[in-house]
Design a protein around this ligand. Structure first.
Ligand SMILES: *[C@@H]1O[C@H](CO)[C@@H](O)[C@H](O)[C@H]1NC(C)=O
Ligand SMILES: *[C@@H]1O[C@H](CO)[C@@H](O)[C@H](O)[C@H]1NC(C)=O
Ligand SMILES: *[C@@H]1O[C@H](CO)[C@@H](O)[C@H](O)[C@H]1NC(C)=O
Ligand SMILES: *[C@@H]1O[C@H](CO)[C@@H](O)[C@H](O)[C@H]1NC(C)=O
Ligand SMILES: *[C@@H]1O[C@H](CO)[C@@H](O)[C@H](O)[C@H]1NC(C)=O
Length: 225
């Protein structure tokens, strides 16, 4: 009896989080990581065309996050990102920031980048921001890819960026993250396959959310006893 009473539907704090500011990022099917949702959407779109599923590479995902971090000032109208990071940045900046082991850096076989004024759920970002013309659709459906990584980041009062990187590297042998695949924790944004939860980058807002949620949980438990 007691056990049942204490059993508290875990969607309640989640719902609460969703009503508060940050959480656009928390309202995701895959443990609060919309980057993982986008990878799934990409794979569904490919398999519907009888193309192979792509392996979700956390190392590549973190590189995608670095890419949009660098392009944060370059959101032009119509969801296009006017930005070309120097190729050397991949090895000299992105990889060290992520903890990608240098010898395992593979070839990027395609990328899709987009931005919008605010966060929208992954399926809408896919259709309205990232894959809305034939050019990006043909990048998505290119047969050279073996793996994919997605990074996303929002800036305070600023635009929200998504980046998808594709590579032809071998599963588990390219873009390998050090520390047994954990890599270096990122201060802001999130990426697919990450060992860490998304980080909205506003520590005080985060703390506020936790306090509200746990108070709610506590009060609800008291009510049920
Ligand atoms: C961002 O845009 C500015 C101005 O158009 C340009 O000079 C700069 O090279 C762009 N950044 C990147 C990384 O492409
Ligand atoms: C697929 O990607 C490869 C590597 O980026 C590129 O060389 C090739 O032209 C692309 N193929 C198509 C059909 O776009
Ligand atoms: C794949 O994505 C394209 C571009 O957004 C869309 O037009 C198409 O309907 C999608 N296909 C499937 C099977 O979802
Ligand atoms: C995109 O490709 C489809 C099928 O190949 C074609 O019917 C359509 O006209 C193309 N759209 C544009 C804007 O080029
Ligand atoms: C890649 O690594 C995962 C986890 O270690 C493992 O389950 C999977 O079988 C590996 N895949 C390949 C192709 O080696």
């Amino acid at each position: 009896m007691m056990k049942k009473k204490l059993c508290f539907p875990d969607w309640i704090p989640l719902l609460l989080l969703c009503h508060l500011q940050l959480p656009t990022l928390v309202c995701s099917k895959h443990h609060g990581n919309p980057a993982n949702d986008l990878v799934e959407i990409i794979n569904q779109n490919r398999t519907a065309q009888k193309l192979e599923r792509l392996n979700d590479s956390p190392g590549l995902g973190c590189m995608a996050l670095q890419y949009v971090e660098l392009c944060k000032g370059n959101c032009s109208g119509n969801s296009a990102v006017n930005c070309k990071p120097p190729t050397d940045d991949f090895t000299e900046v992105f990889a060290p920031n992520c903890g990608v082991e240098l010898p395992t850096i593979g070839t990027i076989t395609g990328h899709i980048v987009g931005c919008q004024s605010k966060y929208t759920e992954p399926s809408l970002a896919f259709a309205n921001v990232l894959v809305k013309d034939n050019k990006s659709l043909s990048v998505l459906r290119n047969k050279s890819h073996n793996e994919v990584g997605v990074g996303l980041i929002g800036f305070h009062e600023g635009p929200f960026f998504w980046c998808v990187l594709f590579s032809n590297g071998g599963t588990n042998s390219s873009f390998v993250l050090e520390d047994r695949g954990e890599g270096i924790k990122q201060n802001k944004g999130c990426y697919s396959g990450s060992a860490f939860p998304c980080n909205a980058g506003h520590k005080s807002a985060m703390l506020f959310n936790y306090i509200i949620t746990f108070s709610y949980l506590f009060v609800s438990l008291l009510n049920q006893i």
